[in-house]
Design a protein around this ligand. Sequence first.
Ligand code: ADP
Ligand code: MG
Length: 706
Amino acid sequence: MGNYNNILDTPIEYVKGIGPSKGETIRKELNIHTVGDLIHSYPFRYIDRTMFYTIADIRTDGDTIQLKGKLMSYEKIKGKNNRYRLQGLFKDETGTLELVWFQQINWLEKILHIGQEYIVYGRATIFNGKKSMAHPEMELISEVNTNLTKSFDPIYSSTEKMDAKGLDSKARRKFIKAILSTMTEADYPETLPDYVMQKLRICSRFQALQWIHFPLNEDQKQLAINRIKFEEFFYLQVLLLQSKMYRKHKYKSEPFPIIGASFNTFYHQNMTFELTSAQKRVIREIRVDMGKTAQMNRLLQGDVGSGKTIVALLSMLIAKDNGFQSCLMAPTEILAQQHYESITTALGDMDVRVSLLTGSIKGKARELILNELADGTLDIIIGTHALIEDTVVFKHLGLAIVDEQHRFGVAQRASLWKKNDDFTPHILVMTATPIPRTLAMTLYGDLDVSIIDELPPGRKEIKTIHQYEKDRPEVIKFMRNEIAKGRQIYVVYPLIEESEKLDLQNLQEGYEYLLQYFPMPDYQISVIHGKLKAKDKDWEMQRFVKKATQIMVATTVIEVGVNVPNASVMIIENTERFGLSQLHQLRGRVGRGAEQSYCILMTGYKLSKEARERIATMVRTNNGFEIAEADLKLRGPGDIQGTQQSGIMDFKLLNIGQDRAIMDAARNIAIRIIENDPKLEKDIHKNIKRHTIELSKKNRDWARIS
Ligand code: ADP
Ligand code: MG
């Protein structure tokens, strides 16, 4: 295969039987360019050829099956379209099956032997009331028995163009088989040290490569899958942990040794509540980090309402006490605005200068803010992505806090560090909702993690109830009662992505329906949706905040950034259309005051299994971490909002919803290795080092980690 040092780097067209034309198709269709790419494109399933069906219990669900029996007869039949087909009769001890071929008839007539035992292999259907199989593969039993590799057949994904070029799954199987048969362990050396292999009892890398394509039995298949999954995660972890170590050495931040007047005044005079012990623990963790010259890189996770904002504020006050500025970056304008308001309110008349900078702040006002940031007048700036822009220059940014709303991305985070020439700010990333541990390990594996696992005291657990359309009269009655007690109510409609028109119609109908039961002037209803101008949205919102209206009918625009403690009922319409984390976010809008709060999930009768599961999860638990885990299991990582953009998540086999045990093992071993040998200089780790470098060269997103 040419003069390539490594067989894996050989261009695909040099493989015997592929050539330039087929090679081009494979490159275009599957993004496979080298032999390495080809053998690393694994089967997406296998057909168990150790198993035989009988004709009596034949499955006609489209799956490929195999049968053992005798070819009784065949004949050439002229069809209506004047074309011939070959029709055979196949029999086992349980029944008969019709076999049909439309192509290669002459050839088949030559090679098929009536009266012989065959294994037939294909997809069965019912045709004209008879069990039938079109274009089955036929193998003489006498020949098959000697062919041990027939135990599991790998099935590879294909495309129409691939099939047309003779590059279907079967052809790929042949190519891969041929390639693997020429390879030795030297072409595909082990990368893990013996002690890790022994500890994990995993098969060798070379073995895994053979078995993932051609397992002889279920055990081999599983061993290969586990080894490859481990490997997919292990090297990513090595890279993340190395980058974490590296940053600790390379990036210097200004240490904040002082807990001074701002922090103390605020803590002792302005705070209207006692911090929860979880909040206290997290602030301690942050203080320790910020006390060092090594840059803090910390992820703060906490459920909706767990009180992350106050932690952010206290951290920013520490920065101020040490003579540094801070910024707090939120994902949306509404959220930035809300942070700004709650932080300025909390600070009261303290001598801390805070401003808000978003895309919609322009002209003179913007200029003033930029000047005050540059000359150090401002202590704290709160804003959106506008903060990253080059025009935003700080005098001395000491702490950058990012409030992330499903917006992950290792690379984006880095953009805030570059704000100073000679030192980097400490970084605190807060997630808006909890994310599952496996996802956190993947996306934030290079950060230290703090978790607020406790809600402020006095909160009553929100009662969540599932109701059907027929229950609506009860729901209306319940709403009236709550309003009579002085409470306020949200009624939320889903965004219908295909049609904004339908959205509004949905919302409009809901509003008119409610008007019948909650007529003016006794009742007032606010309506908010995405089409409203910001000014009108604000006005409607303010009416609700001031209790001028009792009901707020809205689309999901209220998901983010609404805080009305007197609102105690959240009614979600068409609940089945919402994802779990969104439902949890919405529910988090209530339960903010002292009153018992309720979340009512309205649905129709027809619900998918998954929708039922989501609703059951919501009814069962208020715990955001539990919900995040359930969400990941139900939807898989690819569907979790925001994760798609991250190329880090491109695992071939690993499923972060299901492979937690493997991921834990991989992370733990990576931690031990990196703690013990940060630069991978020891001889036993040299292969890990080489392999990690190789992988990060190949994967663009991995390369951006450091
Ligand atoms: P999130 O973690 O969702 O950002 P917030 O920071 O917005 O939560 O806090 C939610 C509410 O809880 C706010 O009104 C905040 O003032 C209040 N809060 C935060 N910590 C405490 C506490 N320890 N005791 C009582 N109330 C608290
Ligand atoms: Mg928050």
